[in-house]
Design a binder for this molecule. Structure first.
Ligand SMILES: C[S@@+](CC[C@H](N)C(=O)[O-])C[C@H]1O[C@@H](n2cnc3c(N)ncnc32)[C@H](O)[C@@H]1O
Length: 745
């Protein structure tokens, strides 16, 4: 696997730098061998451009005398504990590179190796500045002996420990001739003496198992691999490594190992079991089911095999039929999204993997990807498709939940003036995890590299990158920029959880600000996509990246950044409106916001003149878009306020007719505001004792809540309302209270 870095065309350069750092030195400190660490650091060195930085402030003391009793060894360092009054004696064993800090590997006299980060040593050179030093071979070269005071030991990223020094004055260079290293050898470097250790496959198996038990799967894999090098037919090492791969969701690698294990030992039950799991992870549900059913026949009574066989059967059914048990999935989602505080007060998932749900992908056979004029590729209907048809269920290739990144990104705590980071923390994490995934399993290259990335790579260049398994940070970052989905759960799911992710097949849907014909619905890391109206054969299927509740400026600046010149009805209208009309609209909305709304909402006695003013503003706003009355969304909030005011003044009938009129105007827009209008209609109908009317509107909101999830409800089925209420109650408990008042339950 090779690396390819950004070419400077990307504005999110810091995301890349962090991603590179984290992928390259993934679990740098996890008791890897000295050679592995040096090798990893070399890769990092190749990626970093050190020439543009200059270093100052080197503190040299020729005849330093040290109280050796106060020396601390790397193995005695504790994370977040500053060993005051103590110093670290170490020597540099790699070149320095510049990420945020200056980074190098150091070893202490005992031979312990750790990463050292020196902050505040560099500056971008100013024009004409010449008497400074760049970070090259001659900067603190390998072998330099350092004494470091006031060190801290930190987690720089999730798993990476780092020795950190913030003040250059705390770092002192000492001479090899210092009397510490005199003949009597007060201090001697153990790595100067060669040690020979005998390590066999079983040694690596035991070490791997130790790491596995402490959930350090990557290091466990490294050890099993070392064992495999010594005994290439050791089945236990392959089955153990397969399980470690499964824990990291590296299903291709896990499958490969189980196949080798089964080749040497066809009756190995563990290998068969893990092969079944790997196949499930690779969406090869039928093959998984066959293997596991066969295994269960041989192992009747084994409950875990029974469980996983049933699970594979369920996945296979979901994948083939597009039928999901939504009640159960919502329960799983709620259960798995529970968070508690750890002893440090950080948020941690109660369920280790967070709300990642183990359900199958599904793809409706009546849709296909095709070329769409002016938009690149997109999904189109192969035949007529009814409303509320499930088109696709897609599990995220990678998703990052916001609270997962707390404390894991490389934070900007230095006052180094060269750092300028203003990036979304989840974006860095997402880029890193995708790069890690491709690095660990190059089979994912095509899936990611075929996404639209706005780059002008020729087909040949792209094929070359894919076939050579190059981890291209340029492509990854650009593919993310154009395809990332912001994780927004339905307003009905009552969760504050958010995040970002990459869902590859859904990434081929193009955008419109209104009139989209496909709705998206997230549950955990699953993305469900359904039609929201009947679709004709050959019609393009379109989703909404940013809806029309955002103002034109905000929408278009985002869309422009991803190369979209949107031609939807509202964008065309807003572009065509004269400056004069725009100004008038802004004025009217300002009058509502600043002088009507606050007074209406504050006062208990309704002022009729204010109502008149509000009605006037609404009429004026509508008249500005009279040719496009259904696009006058900017009046929705005003209409709700007007209805509320009439209701307060005791005129429920008027309030009801205003709301119904608004519903009729905007019902086709799929804006969330419509839901509140319907809920208000129900409440006012109840006030007016129009029970049948309220029931009619109740059925409507019930369908709006559940149909995007469970699909079209069939009115002629006697059970539909009961089923729908059951589901709606799980996501919007208020609906049950209304149903009780209406005596529907
Ligand atoms: C998530 S991708 C959609 C799939 C993409 N068309 C492809 O060929 O892979 C987003 C990109 O599609 C294009 N796109 C999406 N919606 C569009 C629209 N309404 N008009 C023009 N281009 C659009 C833009 O290039 C955008 O950056």
């Amino acid at each position: 696997m090779k690396y390819q870095t950004a070419t400077g065309t990307i504005d999110e350069i810091e995301i890349l730098q962090n991603a590179i750092l984290r992928v390259t030195v993934d679990n740098f400190s996890q008791r890897k061998s000295r050679e592995t660490l040096i090798d990893e650091h070399k890769k990092l060195d190749n990626l970093c451009d050190s020439k543009k930085y200059v270093v100052h402030n080197i503190n040299k003391q020729e005849n330093l005398t040290l109280n050796i009793q106060l020396r601390i060894s790397i193995s005695n360092l504790q994370v977040d504990n500053v060993p005051t009054e103590r110093f670290l004696l170490c020597r540099v064993i790699s070149r320095f590179v510049k990420i945020y800090a200056l980074l190098a590997l150091v070893e202490d006299p005992e031979g312990n190796v750790e990463r050292l980060a020196l902050y505040n040593w560099t500056k971008i050179p100013k024009q004409g500045q010449s008497n400074t030093k760049s970070i090259d071979q001659s900067f603190l070269p390998i072998g330099t002996i350092l004494v470091i005071n006031n060190i801290s030991y930190k987690f720089a990223t999730g798993n990476i420990t780092i020795i950190r020094s913030d003040n250059p004055d705390d770092v002192i260079l000492i001479d090899h001739n210092n009397k510490l290293f005199d003949d009597d050898k007060v201090v001697k470097w153990s790595t100067n003496e060669k040690k020979v250790e005998i390590k066999n496959a079983d040694y690596f198996r035991r070490l791997g198992n130790d790491y596995f038990t402490s959930n350090n799967y990557i290091t466990a894999i490294n050890n099993y691999s070392n064992g495999i090098k010594l005994e290439p037919k050791n089945v236990t090492l392959f089955t153990n490594r397969a399980e470690a791969y499964l824990r990291l969701y590296q299903f291709y690698n896990a499958l490969k190992d189980t196949k080798i294990a089964l080749m040497y030992d066809p009756n190995n039950l563990k290998a068969a079991y893990r092969k079944g799991k790997a196949l499930c992870g690779l969406n090869r549900y039928k093959e998984a089911t066959n293997i596991l059913q066969n295994l269960y026949q041989r192992m009747k009574g084994n409950t875990s095999i029974k469980q996983i066989t049933k699970h594979a059967e369920m996945l296979s059914y979901e994948n083939e039929n597009g039928k999901y048990d939504y009640l159960r999935i919502i329960d799983e989602f709620h259960e798995r999204s529970k968070i508690k505080k750890d002893i440090k007060g950080n948020d941690v998932w109660i369920y280790e993997a967070g709300p990642r749900l183990d359900h199958a992908n599904f793809l409706n056979e009546n849709i296909k990807i095709d070329l769409i004029e002016g938009k690149g590729r997109g999904w189109i209907a192969k035949c007529d498709i009814p409303e509320h048809t499930l088109l696709m269920v897609s599990k995220a290739l990678i998703v990052v939940f916001t609270n997962e990144v707390l404390g894991t990104i490389i934070s900007k705590t230095s006052n180094d003036e060269t750092s300028q980071i203003h990036v979304h923390p989840c974006a860095e994490e997402l880029a890193t995890r995708i790069a890690q995934k491709i690095f660990a399993e190059p089979y994912y290259c095509p899936e990611v590299y075929r996404l639209y990335d706005g780059l002008n790579l020729s087909t040949n260049e792209r094929i070359e990158i894919i076939t050579n398994n190059i981890v291209s940070f340029t492509i990854i970052a650009n593919a993310l920029k154009h395809n990332v989905f912001g994780l927004v759960y339905s307003e009905f799911l009552k969760t504050t959880l958010t995040g970002v992710g990459l869902w590859t097949l859904p990434s081929y849907f193009n955008h419109a600000c209104i009139d989209e014909n496909v709705n998206q619905f997230f549950l955990g890391d699953l993305l469900f996509l359904r039609t929201n109206r009947p679709i004709s054969k050959g019609e393009e299927l379109i989703i909404n990246y940013k809806d029309a509740s955002f103002c034109y400026e905000e929408r278009s600046s985002y869309l422009k950044s991803i190369n979209i010149d949107c031609q939807c009805r509202i964008c065309k209208l807003e572009r065509s409106e004269s400056q004069e009309i725009k100004l008038r609209m802004t004025q009217l909305l300002k009058t509502y916001d600043e002088s009507i709304k606050p007074k209406l909402l504050k006062s208990h006695n309704v002022d009729l003149s204010l109502i008149k003013e509000l009605e006037y503003v609404i009429t004026e706003l509508r008249s500005l878009r009279k040719e496009h009355s259904d696009l006058g969304f900017n009046t929705i909030e005003l209409i709700s306020t007007l209805a509320y005011t009439y209701r307060e003044s005791g005129n429920n009938k008027k309030a009801l007719s205003i709301l119904k009129e608004a519903y009729d105007l905007y019902k086709t827009t799929h804006l969330k505001e419509i839901h509140n209008i319907i809920l208000d209609i129900i409440i006012i109908s109840l006030d007016l004792e129009l029970i049948e009317e309220a029931k009619k509107w109740f059925d409507m909101i019930l369908k709006i809540v559940v149909e995007p999830i469970m699909g079209k409800l069939e009115d002629d089925k006697p059970k539909w309302r009961k089923e729908a209420l059951h589901l709606a109650g799980k996501i919007l408990p208020e609906i049950i209270s209304i149903a009780e008042i209406l005596e529907i339950v």
